[in-house]
Design a protein around this ligand. Structure first.
Ligand SMILES: Cc1cc2nc3c(=O)[nH]c(=O)nc-3n(C[C@H](O)[C@H](O)[C@H](O)COP(=O)(O)OP(=O)(O)OC[C@H]3O[C@@H](n4cnc5c(N)ncnc54)[C@H](O)[C@@H]3O)c2cc1C
Length: 445
């Protein structure tokens, strides 16, 4: 039986909302679950790198899975890795890169667990060629609160697989998973950065580079006039020139304190965007870079979310279908620049058409926009509500892993399959997110 520790506050990456769990229950062995005495509802959590409330449960039991951190099997002839669900992507890279393998899909941080990556069916810069993380999960074990275990895969108990991939931790505890890794001969990435001006130019770049494995754009969401929607389009492929297979290092910096809100304002953001746009000399720049700064530039500074001050941050992330997506994106960007609230961390990407395996998976073919906002009383919530409405009008959807705001009505319109999904929810499980999007928890403001 696992010991129980009382309590620091378990926060999501956005640090909003702040909800106190009744208990944090560390899970070190799969036999620690189900727990013997369970009164309130429970929810598995990984490293809390989701932004909103998918990893929160007020007055419930949070099952901390980072102790499920063992590798179980690896076949170098096929690249199939089996590991426990609390293993982080950072641990996988440390293990796999020296052996000539890389993650099939990676988000913008390596500090997420395999369980978290599956439960949010995360995507990366290679969505247009690789699909979402769930596309590379060969099988997993799901343990329910009644103690039953379901091994599921795209072929076996396929309905449970579809519910659990992207199922926001609500179908049960994932204890282990098997992932298909991809081979590499070098830890380096052939990188190219191209400055662009405007959405038309960017869409053209996405279309003409669809054969490149990793593509993403940083977009300036502050500047207006001739500089509206300018940015840097970033491309990368794993280098095919053999080089010593050295994994990335550890973070060297730590953001020590909550920055007072006054530091993140219209002027500092404008200055940052100006500098960032001109960080490369010339319209096109090529270089050979280690995968670490290419995929995980933010991981170099631990706790960088403190930069947003003690009130935390909100992330807005939406996908829009190709049809009408360009117009929708321009409308979103106009609303964001007008607000003066955007941060420098704005990312735009084209999703491909490889179907995601999960019932509630986020990606859809089209355009995707993600950016952070500081929480400012009276303005941030209004802006997010407006952006959600624009997204809906253009047939898009919001990403549950990043969201703290969408209403039950919006969620149910974005994810009409939610009713089918709800049949697979473990009766002993719940989350603040699920309470919100099923209309059982009100949103602020
Ligand atoms: C800097 C940064 C960049 C990011 N970039 C991207 C990106 O490019 N693409 C993207 O898709 N996401 C991105 N994310 C979001 C992040 O990848 C996801 O939120 C991820 O799910 C977090 O994993 P975690 O281990 O921290 O899980 P948590 O945030 O703790 O939990 C996430 C969900 O997984 C469930 N869960 C966790 N473990 C288990 C388990 N063992 N069994 C069942 N359910 C479980 C939880 O209940 C919860 O619903 C980014 C986040 C940050 C902070």
């Amino acid at each position: 039986m696992a010991s129980t520790k009382q309590l620091p506050l378990f926060e999501s990456w956005g640090r909003y909302p702040r909800l106190q769990a009744a208990e944090l229950a560390p899970i070190h062995w799969s036999t620690d679950f189900p727990r013997q005495s369970v009164a309130p509802a429970q929810l598995p959590v990984g490293l809390g790198r989701s932004y909103g409330d998918v990893c929160l449960l007020e007055n419930g039991v949070l099952l901390e899975t980072s102790g499920l951190d063992r590798f179980l099997a690896f076949d170098p002839s096929t690249g199939i890795l089996r590991c426990e669900a609390g293993v982080s992507l950072a641990q996988i890279l440390d293990f796999a890169v020296p052996r000539g393998f890389f993650l099939p899909v990676t988000p913008g941080t390596k500090f997420v667990t395999v369980g978290g990556a599956i439960a949010n069916d995360i995507h990366g810069k290679n969505h247009h060629v690789a699909g979402s993380f769930g596309c590379h999960v060969r099988q997993l074990e799901l343990v329910r609160s009644d103690g039953s275990s379901i091994i599921c895969s795209p072929e076996r108990n396929a309905d449970w697989f579809r519910a659990t991939v992207g199922g926001c931790g609500l179908t049960g505890l994932i204890t282990w998973a098997e992932i298909q890794m991809r081979p590499i001969v070098s830890p380096r990435i052939d990188y190219e950065g191209i400055q662009f001006h405007g959405i038309d130019e960017l869409i053209e770049l996405f279309k003409s580079n669809s054969g490149i494995e990793y593509t993403v754009a940083w977009i300036d969401c502050v500047s207006t006039g001739a500089n509206f929607a300018r940015g840097i389009y970033m491309l990368g492929d794993h280098s095919d020139v053999p080089a010593p297979l050295v994994a990335g290092g550890k973070a060297k910096l730590n953001f020590p304190v909550d920055l007072p809100a006054v530091f993140l304002n219209r002027h500092t953001m404008r200055a940052f965007n100006e500098v960032y746009f001109h960080k490369q000399f010339g319209k096109r720049v090529k270089s050979l870079v280690h995968y670490e700064p290419f995929f995980y530039p933010l991981d170099a500074v631990l706790h960088w979310n403190r930069m947003y001050g003690k009130d935390g941050l909100l992330q807005f992330q939406c996908a829009l279908p190709w049809e009408g997506g360009k117009e929708g994106m321009i409308e979103l960007l106009r609303a964001i620049t007008r607000s003066g609230l955007a941060s420098f961390l704005a990312v735009l990407k084209a999703f491909g058409d490889i179907p995601s395996p999960g019932m509630l998976s986020f990606p859809m073919p089209g355009l995707m926009l993600a950016l952070d906002f500081p929480i400012r009383e009276g303005v941030s919530f209004k802006l997010l509500d407006n952006l959600a409405s624009i997204t809906r009008e253009h047939g898009g959807r919001l990403y549950s892993a990043k969201d703290a705001r969408m209403t039950a009505e919006q969620f149910q319109a974005f994810y009409p399959q939610w009713q089918e999904f709800s049949r697979y929810v473990d009766p002993g499980f719940d989350s603040a997110f699920w309470q919100r999007v099923t209309g059982r928890r009100p949103i602020d403001g």
